[in-house]
Ligand binder design. Sequence first.
Ligand SMILES: Nc1nc2c(ncn2[C@@H]2O[C@H](COP(=O)(O)OP(=O)(O)OP(=O)(O)O)[C@@H](O)[C@H]2O)c(=O)[nH]1
Ligand SMILES: [Mg+2]
Length: 428
Amino acid sequence: MVEKKLESKMAAVDVAKAAENLRNLKLSGHVGFDSLPDQLVNKSVQQGFIFNILCIGETGLGKSTLVDSLFNTNFDSSPAPHTLPSVKLKSHTYELQESSVRLKLTIVDTVGYGDQINKEDSFKSIVDYIDAQFEAYLQEELKIKRSLSMYHDTRTHVCLYFICPTGHGLKSIDLVCMKQLDTKVNIIPIIAKADTISKTELQKFKAKIIQELNANGVRLYKFPTDDESVSEVNSQMNSHVPFAVVGSSDFVRVGNKMTRARQYPWGTVEVENEAHCDFKKLREMLIRTNMEDMREKTHTQHYELYRKKRLEQMGFSDVDSENKPVSFQESFQNKRSNHLQELQKQEDEMRQLFIVRVKEKEAEIKEAEADLQAKFERLKREHAEEKRKLEDSRRQLEEDIIEFNRRKQQFATLGNSHTLTLGKSKKK
Ligand SMILES: Nc1nc2c(ncn2[C@@H]2O[C@H](COP(=O)(O)OP(=O)(O)OP(=O)(O)O)[C@@H](O)[C@H]2O)c(=O)[nH]1
Ligand SMILES: [Mg+2]
């Protein structure tokens, strides 16, 4: 399969060469760079791989059971309560190994999804989580001293969207959420607990889901068909989406083999039996055929879009206002000079504002001073008036005292002469 992929990539390289007008040279002997693909494989195997899955679905839809079934292990998850006031994202990372290949697998669960009365914002914490992982990667990329090879890349490579097996089409929360996420992550919708829906209903249900997704312009992850080696199986599988899956943690003996299955009074549903459900198709597409494509699309499409928007937000651009290419340095210098100009403008505005304020305050102080002066003058006048009145009263009092004393004197003199007259008459 690797060889076929290489062949188709080399054909693309030939076309590029022709466009660039490069000369094709023949080697006269073995040089050895044909070992490059092996070198690449060895290096990748040494480094190990990272894959991050986001499971979105209502509480109890069988998310944990399905992931356990997919990786044939038990991730020890605990059931979520139905009482959370908002959706929370919980991530767990595991180290898995299959032959010599190590896989650092992160499984992110949306705890409490669909349990709120108001479901309008259910997607918000999911969008924030995905963006936060992109942002962390961008920050690492922008560092002067980067260590991307050691970096634990937590960007979401695939979103398994669990659809409730109602048979009635999608709920509005499904459409709103998938629409919000379709430019940020590779979405694979799956019908959960598909054993609870009959075969004929399932076909109608699938068709209804696809029709609703198309009508709302929701873009799903398409298994790539440009690579010859997998184009046939992938294009076939694209027509099976959404996969109707069944998960189980129980094993039942079928023939002489223990197999993952759900046992009911009327029969057994085998997880890996293609006549019973699409579990095998999902595992084939998700893990065995397209894991690398999802990792690549996450980096080249979804992250690229996020990075572009963020850098534009920061004021960077590849072209100037006249659509001429500008370098990162020019862009930075323009941004810096704009920033300095803006600062200068703000400083001038503040200075102007300060002058206006000072003038206002001065006028206020002058007014208060004039008020104070007028008050002082009035008080001075009142004081003088009061003083004059007091002076008049004092003068009046003094005159009264003089008059009083004069009268007293007069009275005393009058009293004396009266006593003398009385004495004379007594003698008689
Ligand atoms: N009928 C049916 N039941 C299933 C299936 N998968 C899981 N279940 C059952 O559904 C219940 C919930 O399964 P979980 O895997 O814990 O569901 P979950 O979505 O992880 O639940 P939370 O993490 O609590 O949100 C368990 O009783 C499972 O046995 C399925 O494919 N069909
Ligand atoms: Mg769970």
